[in-house]
Design a protein around this ligand. Sequence first.
Ligand code: PLP
Length: 404
Amino acid sequence: MIDISRIRADFPILQRKVNGQPLVYFDNAATSQTPQVVIDSIVDYYSNYNANIHRGVHTLSQEATDAYEAARHKIQRHFNAEKAHEIIFTSGTTHAINIVASGFEKFLKKDDEILVSALEHHSNIVPWQMLCEKTGALLKVIPMNDEGELQMKKFDELLSEKTKLVFVNHISNALGTINPIEEILTKAHAVGAAVLVDGAQACPHIKPDVQELDVDFYVASAHKMCGPTGVGILYGKSEWLDKLPPYQGGGEMIKEVTFEKTTYADLPHKFEAGTPNIAGGIAFGVALDYLNDIGFDTIASYEKELLDFGTEKLLEIEGLRIYGTSPNKTSVISFNIKGIHPYDIGSIVDKLGIAVRTGHHCAQPIMDYYKIPGTVRASFAFYNTKEEILKLVDAIKRAKKMLS
Ligand SMILES: *Cc1c(COP(=O)(O)O)cnc(C)c1O
């Protein structure tokens, strides 16, 4: 059982008012809120041991290096990576995807194929389009169905010896659908293709085991998992990371530099040019501890309760349609009300202190599929409550009256 009032007390922002009303924060799929322990770890770093890492012999630099590397080990354990150097710190999911996309240029030739799912976030489409332009490889799309699920029959048809890479999100940020990544991994590996799974939306809800999944690359952002913005990870099997060329040149990523030739540092430093977000990396580790203390099973079962309750209550509103109705989904509800623009609903509920997202959620192809400009998206976290959901339902009813 989750102790919701104790948990809510951990999040200072949940105590504030917005437009005179207690904040109801339902935009967790865009970024999660930050518990006090994570905020404290950032303050502690800047107050007590702020120094650049991996360079100085002095005490502060050693302390900062130790804390940063300890965070890497925590992340390794969390994702069950075999080796700590398979965890590369990045500025977030987008950066992590770009490292792989730019590095894959080396492995692709004309007419090779890359498969992406129709449920992708823009950050997972654009880098592959750029890569295809450079290499002459072809981008093919695994289509979706009305429930917001991938058409796995079509995936089987698209997959061939030509497929070199498959990119799919673990959970769709726009609809909440959990994709069958185990099946995708097995089938892609059978034709010799590598798989990158975008876990940005999955990691707040489930704890992936990268070894059990046997995934080639897995990426995530701290800010969706109660950590700070500007930090994330690229997990890659070391066989892949060893082969992949570095993404950026700079300090920290080199072994030896002369004007004739530079040799690259070993993993993970090869991909970590320049001074990283040190406080952010340390705070990411603290956020993982916080989530693991609550427990991902507890989080998942409570969020399922919120999802079922929210779905039932929202569907009682006349004219409301939910997009993304797969039985395999997390606590994201994307919806529209007949005849009302999502933006108008978003602005009215904001006046009542409720934060939802409106628009295409960086997933325009999904909106095109449903032939809609966007949706209203309410995404729940483990610190939300059923009372808050009822407030949203009331606010939507008020908005509907005002707008029709
Ligand atoms: C949020 C999100 C991203 C982008 O993450 P950034 O932290 O903005 O780089 C990519 N994919 C999915 C599925 C997301 O939800």
